[in-house]
Design a protein around this ligand. Structure first.
Ligand code: VGL
Ligand code: ZN
Length: 319
């Protein structure tokens, strides 16, 4: 990169929303968002040395705002005033000259742009920049596709020169797990394919393939809706299917059950599924996994087969 001379009379640095909630582990984590902290520390140091102004914006929401999913917006709750998540990343070294400006306090609006931010005296950023005669803005921080983008667009619209610090920005992934949900559809197709091999029967006299087929069709359709409209849209978000891992585990279990029930028998199939669900997906302790899986598979077999006289498939050696 060609080196740039910082002109303290006309240049300013905008460090955008480097807060815990936007970093891995936060409630609206930007993948690899924390990687830009050290880069920004270096850049801030340069501006500090040059005597040029540094502004650090923070997303600064009330607990109740239309910005949040639970109140009609698209985002999980994040950066609520006074919380740990709203604090700057602990490794961010704000020089003493840096000024903190806040945005998103109005419960009626999103306020992505730093140009909507105000200082402690309620003075808006464009006014502050105007007073100081700033003409060129260097912008880095989170998230590329929301706050950084909105800030740079506003800067250019308002006649500033804007320099995006490309190494010092990261993008949010609005629908994390979209890839996993696509996998759901594929898995559902797998179940349907496998279930063909089992007699489906009729709704009045269902065969062993009936339930897996029904489940696969339902999940497959659900998966297609999720992929098409996004897991965060409207009623879908209330189902809490953000956890793609669980969805896949359940459908994976269906696929396995469809293939294994007739071959391994009920008890062994259920045992294996439960061991994977408790042990691998939920990561419970091995002893607990073994005891729970064994008890549930044998117990449910006893309940259905011996007490309720439901015909369940047996595996090798009649087990
Ligand atoms: C932001 C999403 C929600 C951002 C703020 O600062 O980029 N993104 N709130
Ligand atoms: Zn926000």
């Amino acid at each position: 990169m060609t080196s740039v001379r910082i002109e303290p009379e006309q240049d300013a640095l905008l460090v955008v929303d480097m807060q815990n909630d936007f970093c891995p582990g936060g409630s609206l984590a930007v993948p690899r968002g924390d990687e830009v902290v050290s880069i920004l520390n270096t850049v801030m140091q340069k501006f500090e040395t040059a005597g040029a102004p540094i502004f650090a914006t923070r997303d600064w929401h009330l607990e109740k705002t239309k910005h949040f999913k639970i109140y009609g917006g698209v985002w999980p709750s994040h950066c609520i005033q006074g919380t740990k998540g709203a604090e700057f990343h602990p490794a961010l070294r704000l020089p003493s000259s840096a000024e903190v400006i806040s945005k998103g306090m109005d419960p009626e609006e999103d306020a992505y742009s730093a140009f909507q931010a105000r200082d402690a005296e309620e003075m808006q950023l464009p006014i502050i920049l105007g007073i100081r005669g700033i003409q060129r803005l260097f912008v880095g921080g989170l998230a590329t596709d929301y706050c950084v983008k909105a800030t740079v667009l506003d800067a250019v619209h308002q006649g500033f020169q804007a320099v995006v610090l490309e190494d010092a920005i990261r993008a949010v992934d609005l629908n994390p797990g979209d890839g996993e949900k696509t996998a759901l559809v594929l898995l559902a197709l797998g179940v349907i394919w496998e279930a063909q091999k089992l007699p489906v029967g009729t709704p009045h006299n269902p065969g062993p393939g009936f339930l897996p087929l029904l489940l696969a069709i339902a999940l497959g359709m659900f998966g297609i809706v999720v992929v098409a409209f996004g897991g965060n849209s409207g009623p879908l978000s209330s189902l809490g299917w953000g956890e793609g891992r669980h969805a896949i585990a359940i459908l994976g279990a269906c696929v396995f059950a469809a293939m294994a029930l007739e071959r391994f028998g009920y008890r062994l199939t259920i045992l294996l599924i439960l061991v994977v669900l408790f042990g691998v997906v939920e990561r419970k302790r091995p002893l607990l996994v073994g005891a729970l899986s064994l008890a549930l598979s044998l117990g449910s077999f006893y309940l259905f087969y011996n007490l309720l006289r439901v015909q369940l498939p047996r595996g090798p050696f009649g087990f």
